[in-house]
Design a protein around this ligand. Sequence first.
Ligand code: UDP
Length: 494
Amino acid sequence: KDAEPPLHILFFPFLLPGHLIPMADMAALFAARGVRCTVLTTPVQASTIRSVVDRANGSSAAGTPMSISVVPFPDVGLPMAAQSGRDLATSRDYHDRFLQTVELLREPFCRFLSDHHADIDAVVSDSLFHWSAHATAEHGLPRIAFLATSMFARACTDTVLRSNVFESCSDDHGAVVSLPGLPHRVEQRRSQMMDPAKRPHEWAMFQLIHAADRSSYGELFNSFRVLEPGYAEHYRATQLRRRAWLVGPVALASGSLEDVASRGAVAGALSPDAAVCLRWLDAKLASSVVYVSFGTMTNFSPEQMRELARGLDLSGKNFVWVIAKGSTAASSDPSTPDGFPTANRGYIVRGWAPQVLILNHPAVGGFVTHCGWNSTLEAVSAGVPMVTWPRYADQFYNEKLVVEVLGVGVGVGAEDYASCLETHRVIAGEAIAESIRRVMGEEGDGAAMRKKAKELGVMPRGAVEKGGSSYDDVGQLMEELIARRSSVGCTADG
Ligand code: UDP
């Protein structure tokens, strides 16, 4: 009898880099374990992940080749803040466009599945594509949702959706909402949460997403067990006894630091001064520099930029500050970086920074971050403590994980869920400076935080190596899918 063909998993990523890149890495990880992996995406996104695929195919001698299938789909051009110069976190029409994009991929995906389902064992779909639950079920295929967030954030949102937490709390933005039944006591200000009355379409989509994921075969997280203490057990036990696997950090499982950094170059054109920035860091003392970056969606107002510049000045620390190239705030305001008096203590990167290399540089001792899940994982993996400055989506929950559960960060005092409010409170330079000094300081809780961050920083490698928890979760999922294939085959035969 012929040997069983390898499992074939179809990966279907969302378009934004924070979703696309980890899913491509995840596919590379499964390919290295012998799974045949196909990534289904649009032409522009395909070119972004080409390097991940080429590297996986070039390096994994024991693996199975990965391939990309491109759907003939016109690129909708979801702009990143870096290119648009706008603050996408606060932009309502951007969020509406985001929702439309999710819909636009439905038809091409369904067509692809109709043509190829017989050859596929499972579909790993970005959780945002809620309709893929129905499409896969129609062909009897298991759908596994990929969550581009922490399990902690996911468990919090699930609680918010299922337990009507808003009903028992006042409309006041300062009101505190308790999230019951989680392994840790979690309380959130109302102003930090999405408001269903202000964002009804987004809220409705949240509900669709959660319902689709609950009806799916299981959920995959780019995270690892030690990072979210108690949450895997909680999630599996209480979220309707769901199957869930933590297989990250996927970036570590699939390449060197240089490889990881170069993927950003494809996604958003590496800033020409990236190499100069790394040389600049070479000349600084160990742990003396704070790295400041807010991911791909944030462009602050000129007023907030001025306060941030002032905060960096007041902190007295060296810094590397990433400012989106198209940012109007950066180019038109004289008090922002160019004209700013402490420029010799700071290095400004305009455009795409080699974030992973910067975070792993010995000179970097702290990270001012918006708590996007990828940035958070990258900081944890580099052993760098954080000043947390969340803006929307899962970021406020990730902040809680970093500050309250793990104790490796200090909140700057962000209180506004960016896309829900008309006016945004500006965080003052003094508050920014104070949190930076706390995280970068050698005394008091700063020293303890740095120690904890260093200890945590060695865990990710262990998780993805043979015998680690993430390695085992990959193996477990593969075994389950192979067993499922046999049982489905038996039913079909008999
Ligand atoms: N990134 C980078 N250079 C930049 C800006 C972002 O390499 O100048 C990378 C960062 O390392 C992370 C991703 O882009 O991997 C941003 O993802 P995250 O989830 O942190 O935030 P998002 O942009 O999705 O809000």
